[in-house]
Design a protein around this ligand. Structure first.
Ligand code: SAM
Length: 221
């Protein structure tokens, strides 16, 4: 058994994914009902208006898929990750997968960042229920500020899952600390063409699309 597949983590994840699946689509929320598809797409790609967008989504879990969660656990185990940085905590479903891998790797530190305080509190409670909260440092605020300082000397794995327009800016902050062979998983990359082009250009990364809208990249030495 692994931490991921045993209690309390496995039944907790089943419950949290079921609750997320039962949520109404964010597209049906009053905040979005008034938006055209074009305006919704513009907000998703905006470097200025992302805060308002995510405030309107504050009640939504918006988790990675169960398959992407499992991929995160597997990658963290396969690379023996000890230091992980996550951009976009929400209710902490991806965080649980990554922290479970740290536990099974023998320990480590997971820095995760989120600007919606109620979401951080909810994620902290979920990580406590998973008995993994001791492995997680929650940084409240905009990732552009919270990840600008006090990073680990080396980073083994990164999950990019916050505002889509910022993936490149967040990578800029983390890049000097990425160890050779570090893995970067970026969710929803259909909304980040610039990021995708950067990691696929050969400038220090090998990269390929993986599964449903995920980009999997490795930092070269
Ligand atoms: C897709 S959800 C993350 C889901 C989470 N990774 C999971 O799988 O459970 C994106 C989250 O990132 C947060 N976020 C977006 N842009 C951010 C930023 N610039 N700084 C901090 N948090 C941000 C949003 O509030 C939202 O909760």
């Amino acid at each position: 058994m692994t931490t991921l597949t045993a209690a309390p983590v496995a039944p907790l994840l089943d419950r949290l994914f079921a609750a997320a699946a039962a949520e109404a689509s964010p597209r049906t929320s009053p905040a979005f009902a008034a938006l055209s598809a074009e305006e919704g797409d513009r907000l998703l790609r905006s470097k200025q208006d992302y805060r308002a967008l995510y405030a309107a989504l504050a009640d939504f879990a918006l988790p990675v898929s169960p398959a992407t969660g499992r991929l995160l656990y597997m990658l963290a185990r396969a690379t023996h990750a000890r230091t992980i940085v996550e951009f976009g905590t929400s209710f902490g479903l991806s965080t649980i997968h990554l922290a479970a891998a740290l536990r099974d790797n023998g320990g480590g530190q997971l820095i995760t960042t989120e600007f919606e305080r109620p979401k951080i509190e909810r994620a902290r409670a979920n990580l406590a229920e998973a008995r993994l909260v001791d492995l997680v440092a929650f940084r409240e605020g905009d990732a552009l500020a919270t990840l600008a300082a006090d990073l680990p000397a080396t980073i083994d794995l990164v999950l990019l899952d916050g505002a889509k327009a910022l993936y490149g800016d967040v990578l800029d902050l983390l890049e000097p600390r990425l160890r050779a062979g570090a893995v970067i998983v970026a969710d929803n990359v259909d909304h980040c063409p610039d990021y995708q082009a950067r990691v696929r250009s050969g400038g220090g990364y090998l990269s390929l699309p993986f599964g449903d809208d995920v980009e999997l990249s490795v930092r070269l030495g």
